[in-house]
Design a protein around this ligand. Structure first.
Ligand code: PBG
Length: 308
C-alpha cells in the first residue's frame, strides 16, 4: 500500500508531513509527499482575518483529495476549519505537544510579567486580544508569514519578540529562542493547537483508513480535539476569531474543556469550563459554547464579526 501525502510546502508543514510519513513507515506503509501551495502561503500582504474565508491553508489540499491526486492531506490541526464539507473528514490526530504559546526572542531578559513595554510580532487576533487583556503595556506589530520569515523580521528589528505556538517552534528546532512559556490558564491556546491532523475523502477505502488510524491516531488527543472543535463549530468561528479552548484528560478519565472568547479590544474576556465522558466530547464542546454565548458571547461575537 503506497500513500500519497498532500502537504503545504512550508518547512513546518513538510516536517509534519514527514512525521506522518514516519508513523506510516513504522507500520510498513510506504508514502511520498506531494507539495501543494495554498492561498494562505501566497497572499502575505493581508491579515488572515482579512483574507477572510475559512480554510485559507487547507482549500487547495482538499481539492486534491477530491480529485484523488493525493490520498491524505496533512495539516496543523489548528488550521482546519471546524466544519468540514460532508465528503471529507479527519480520521486521525497525532499525540498533542504541549499546547501553550511561547515568547520567542533574541533577548533572554524579556518577560510578559515584568511590566516592561516591548513590541510583539503576531497576526493572530486571539494573541493580540489576549495581550491587550493581560498585558496592556505590550504593543503588537502585525506579522504574517511562515516561522522562518517571522524570525527574519525579528532579526530585522521589526519587533522585539514573537508570540508563537510551542509546537511549531519545537518542531523547527528553535527551542533555544524560547524566553517564556505562557500559562495555559490565562493564555489558553487556539482550538487544536499542537496536534497534526490527517484529512481524507470519505471515498478512501476502509482498509487504508483503518491502517492509517491505527498507526497515527492518538485516542486521548482525538477526544480532546473533538470537544474543542465542537466548541468552535458552534461559534461558527475560524482561526480569525479570538476564541480559545483547551480540553484535558483528568485523572478520573473525564475530559475537562476550558474555553471562551475575548473582545478585540481585550476589555472583555469570557471563560468557562465543562467536563464529561470522552465519548461525549462533541456534547461538551457544544455545552461550553452555549454557556459562553449565554454569558454575553453572542453580543461579543457580533461585535467581533462587524470589526474583522
Ligand atoms: N496558523 C499558523 C500555525 N498553525 C499551526 C501552528 C503551530 C503548530 C501547531 O499548533 O500544531 C502555527 C504557528 C503558530 O501559531 O505559531
Amino acid at each position: 500500500m503506497h500513500i500519497r501525502i498532500g502537504t503545504r510546502s512550508s518547512r513546518l508543514a513538510v516536517w509534519q508531513a514527514e512525521h506522518i510519513q514516519s508513523l506510516l513507515q513504522a507500520g510498513g506503509l510506504t508514502s511520498e509527499l506531494v507539495l501543494i501551495e495554498t492561498k494562505g502561503d501566497l497572499v502575505l500582504d493581508r491579515s488572515l482575518a482579512k483574507i477572510g474565508s475559512k480554510g485559507v491553508f487547507t482549500q487547495e489540499l482538499e481539492d486534491q483529495l477530491r480529485t484523488g491526486a493525493i490520498d491524505i492531506a496533512v495539516h496543523s490541526a489548528k488550521d482546519l476549519p471546524s466544519n468540514l464539507p460532508s465528503d471529507l473528514h479527519i480520521i486521525a490526530f497525532t499525540e498533542r505537544e504541549p499546547a501553550n504559546d511561547v515568547l520567542v526572542s533574541r533577548n533572554k531578559n524579556l518577560s510578559l510579567t515584568s511590566g516592561e513595554s516591548f513590541r510583539i510580532g503576531t497576526s493572530s487576533t486571539r494573541r493580540v486580544a489576549m495581550l491587550k487583556h493581560y498585558c496592556p503595556h505590550i504593543t503588537t506589530v502585525d506579522m504574517r508569514g511562515n516561522l522562518q520569515t517571522r524570525l527574519r523580521k525579528l532579526d530585522e528589528d521589526q519587533c522585539d519578540a514573537l508570540l508563537l505556538a510551542y509546537a511549531g517552534v519545537h518542531r523547527m528546532g528553535y527551542d533555544d529562542l524560547i524566553v517564556e512559556r505562557l500559562p495555559l490558564a490565562e493564555f489558553t491556546p487556539a482550538v487544536a493547537q499542537g496536534s497534526i491532523a490527517v484529512e481524507v475523502a470519505t471515498s478512501l477505502s476502509g482498509e487504508v483508513n483503518e491502517e492509517i488510524i491505527r498507526l497515527v491516531n492518538h485516542t486521548p488527543t482525538e477526544a480532546c480535539l473533538r470537544a474543542e472543535r465542537a466548541f468552535l463549530a458552534r461559534l461558527e468561528g475560524g482561526c480569525s476569531i479570538p476564541s480559545f479552548a483547551l480540553a484535558q484528560w483528568t485523572e478520573e478519565k473525564t475530559i475537562s474543556l476550558t474555553g471562551g472568547l475575548v473582545s478585540l479590544d481585550g476589555r472583555e474576556l469570557i471563560r468557562d469550563t465543562f467536563a464529561g465522558a470522552p465519548e461525549e466530547s462533541p456534547l461538551i464542546g457544544h455545552s461550553l459554547a452555549e454557556a459562553i454565548l449565554a454569558r454575553g458571547g453572542d453580543v461579543l461575537l457580533q461585535d467581533i464579526r462587524a470589526h474583522l
